[in-house]
Ligand binder design. Structure first.
Ligand code: G4P
Length: 276
């Protein structure tokens, strides 16, 4: 992290627009605090990626929240879709109108924690596979600078930026989203956290997916009921909790329970004050 901080600080004076990639489902916890600290005076586009998985109403709230700050624009998109990323270069030009001309390229830098979709975005913008998209966090290997051939240069995150894990709830939300490696957290523990969250925020989506007539009373009962309905059983007819937890988390992460946002702007306000 120290090396990443130094390299970003070194590069920033030669960058016109920072493209910070966040996970639209958890824009606070998927942000790296170093960037906030280093990037105070640079125009910045907060890309709310994986928009296809996030609750659209909540994403709009986040756009309003981020754009209150001068020099910041927020753009929900789906990095996998080239049509969806097409408006990003135009937005960069709006933020740095003097650049992006022959002899004066617009220099951008893509930053973000692992697994938010930086490589996918770079590939979509480049129109070809120049960065490796990983199925595990921290697998990205990218070239230093890519010429988008429209007087826009794209640099990759210099070094690895890990998320903030000092907030316990934020760390759980990151793990539920799949941003933290599978082996780092116990699936059963995580599934309980996720089921509790879904029961409060998106109960209809859980009921629809698992065909519940009524919502079970606790997170543990939700997991048990899913296990029963999906036939995740061990000898003696007991529920295989680990297998059920894995199934539930996979379905939640891939959007099978519908579009879900794990964080809203007002939650962050409450949480920050609670921590204080
Ligand atoms: P990174 O460079 O920031 O580490 O992220 P990367 O592009 O490697 O993407 C991490 C995972 O997120 C990949 O899935 C990628 O396909 C997925 N992803 C990126 N953008 C989007 C998006 O807009 N919507 C959705 N739903 N997923 C997105 P993976 O399963 O790890 O890899 P793969 O099996 O798709 O290759």
């Amino acid at each position: 992290m120290k090396r990443a901080r130094r390299r970003i600080a070194d590069m920033l004076p030669r960058i016109d627009v920072v493209i910070e990639v966040l996970d639209a489902r958890l824009p606070m916890s998927s942000a790296n605090p170093i960037l906030r600290e280093l990037n105070r005076h640079k125009p910045c586009i907060k890309v709310l990626n994986k928009d296809d998985l996030a609750d659209p109403e909540v994403t709009q709230e986040w756009v309003g929240y981020f754009e209150k700050e001068d020099g910041i624009r927020a753009l929900p998109l789906e990095a996998k879709e080239s049509l969806s990323v097409a408006c990003l270069p135009k937005l960069c030009r709006n933020l740095a109108p003097r650049r992006g001309k022959p002899g004066r390229p617009l220099r951008t830098m893509v930053v973000g924690i692992p697994n938010v979709g930086k490589s996918t975005l770079i590939n979509s913008l480049a129109g070809k596979r120049v960065a490796r998209v990983g199925n595990r966090p921290a697998l990205t290997t990218c070239p230093q600078q890519i010429d988008l051939h429209n007087h826009i240069l794209l640099s990759d995150t210099p070094g690895l930026l890990w998320p903030r894990l000092d907030n316990r709830n934020g760390a759980y939300r990151l793990a539920v989203s799949g941003a933290i490696g599978d082996k780092a957290v116990d699936d059963a523990d995580l599934a309980l956290f996720a089921a509790g969250f879904m029961a409060v925020r998106y109960p209809e989506q859980v009921m629809r997916r698992y065909k519940f007539e009524t919502m079970p009373g606790t997170a543990a009962e939700i997991i048990e009921e899913i296990g029963r309905r999906r036939g995740c059983l061990i000898s003696g007819g007991h529920i295989d909790v680990q297998r059920t937890a894995g199934l539930f988390l996979r379905e939640l992460r891939s959007g099978k329970l519908g579009r879900v946002s794990f964080e809203r702007p007002e939650d962050m306000f409450v949480e920050e004050n609670l921590e204080i």
